[in-house]
Design a protein around this ligand. Structure first.
Ligand SMILES: Nc1nc2c(ncn2[C@@H]2O[C@H](COP(=O)(O)OP(=O)(O)OP(=O)(O)O)[C@@H](O)[C@H]2O)c(=O)[nH]1
Ligand SMILES: [Mg+2]
Length: 248
C-alpha cells in the first residue's frame, strides 16, 4: 500500500496520474535518458551502461498507466527510433481475409466475423490491401509525447543533437506530438543556459511557451525547453508537468 501511495504521488506530482501515456525518451547517447527513466521509476540514481537495446517500463498500478520507452542514443540505436513512433493502424477486417493480413503484428478477435487489427510501420502494405477491402482503417499516432534529452554540457555535440531533433520534428508521423526538450546536466559548471541551447538547437521561433498555453485550435505543436539536472532531481518535474497538459 505504501508503494501504491508513493507511486501515485510521484505520477500525480508530474501531472501524469490517470493518463495512459506512451512517452518516448530520445536523444543522443550519454544525454541521460536511462538515468531519467530510473529516477522516475524508483527515485534512485543508478550508473548505467550505454543502452544497447530499447527498453520500456510499463508501470500500471490501479488506474495509473504510464509507459516510457528508453531507446539507446548511439548511431545504430537511432535507426530503430522510427519503429517506436511510426503510426499504428487500427481497423476492423472481415475474418475471411485474415490470411491476407499475415504481416499484421497483432490481430485480436472481436467476434466470429470481425477482428481488430493493430499494426505498426506497414503503411504500404495497408494501402494495397485497403483497395481489396471496404473496411476503413485509420492511422493513430503511436506516441503521446517525446522527451528529447540534450547534454547541456557537451556543446560540441549540439549540432549532432540538432540534426537528430530536426529529423524527428519534420517527420509526419510525429506531426502533432508534443516535444519536451530537456537540457540536462546543468549541475556541471559552464553547461549551456536555456537561451544558448534554444539558439543552438534552432528553436528560437518554435518554443510555444511555458505554463498553461492553450494550443488546441492552433494546429501548433507544443514544444518547450526545460533545463534540468537529473542527478540533483531538479528541473524535469516542471517539464513533465508542462507536457502533461498536452497529453490527451
Ligand atoms: N553531471 C550529470 N551527469 C548526468 C546527469 N544525468 C545523467 N548523467 C550521467 O550521464 C551519463 C549517461 O547517462 P545515461 O542515462 O546512461 O545516458 P543515455 O542517454 O541513456 O545514453 P545511451 O544509453 O548511450 O543512449 C551517466 O554517466 C550519467 O550518470 C546529470 O543530471 N548530471
Ligand atoms: Mg541509456
Amino acid at each position: 500500500m505504501f508503494l501504491v501511495d508513493w507511486f501515485y504521488g510521484v505520477l500525480a506530482s508530474l501531472g501524469l496520474w490517470q493518463k495512459e501515456a506512451k512517452i518516448l525518451f530520445l536523444g543522443l547517447d550519454n544525454a541521460g535518458k536511462t538515468t531519467l527513466l530510473h529516477m522516475l521509476k524508483d527515485e534512485r540514481l543508478v550508473q548505467h551502461q550505454p543502452t544497447q537495446y530499447p527498453t520500456s517500463e510499463e508501470l500500471s498500478i490501479g488506474k495509473i498507466k504510464f509507459k516510457a520507452f528508453d531507446l539507446g542514443g548511439h548511431q545504430i540505436a537511432r535507426r530503430v527510433w522510427k519503429d517506436y513512433y511510426a503510426k499504428a493502424y487500427v481497423g476492423l477486417v472481415p475474418c475471411l481475409t485474415r490470411s491476407n493480413w499475415s504481416w499484421a503484428k497483432h490481430i485480436q478477435p472481436l467476434d466470429k466475423t470481425l477482428f481488430i487489427l493493430y499494426i505498426g510501420c506497414k503503411e504500404t502494405a495497408i494501402q494495397m490491401d485497403i483497395k481489396q477491402s471496404c473496411w476503413a482503417i485509420t492511422g493513430l499516432c503511436a506516441v503521446d509525447a517525446v522527451v528529447y534529452l540534450v547534454d547541456a554540457y557537451d556543446k560540441e555535440r549540439f549540432a549532432e543533437s540538432k540534426k537528430e531533433l530536426d529529423a524527428l520534428l519534420s517527420d509526419d508521423a510525429l506531426a502533432n506530438v508534443p516535444f519536451l526538450i530537456l537540457g540536462n546536466k546543468i549541475d556541471i559548471p559552464y553547461a549551456a543556459s536555456e537561451d544558448e541551447l534554444r539558439y543552438h538547437l534552432g528553436l528560437n521561433n518554435f518554443t510555444t511557451g511555458k505554463g498553461k498555453v492553450n494550443l488546441v485550435d492552433s494546429n501548433v505543436r507544443p514544444l518547450e525547453i526545460f533545463m534540468c539536472s537529473i542527478v540533483r532531481k531538479m528541473g524535469y518535474g516542471e517539464g513533465f508537468k508542462w507536457v502533461s497538459q498536452y497529453i490527451k
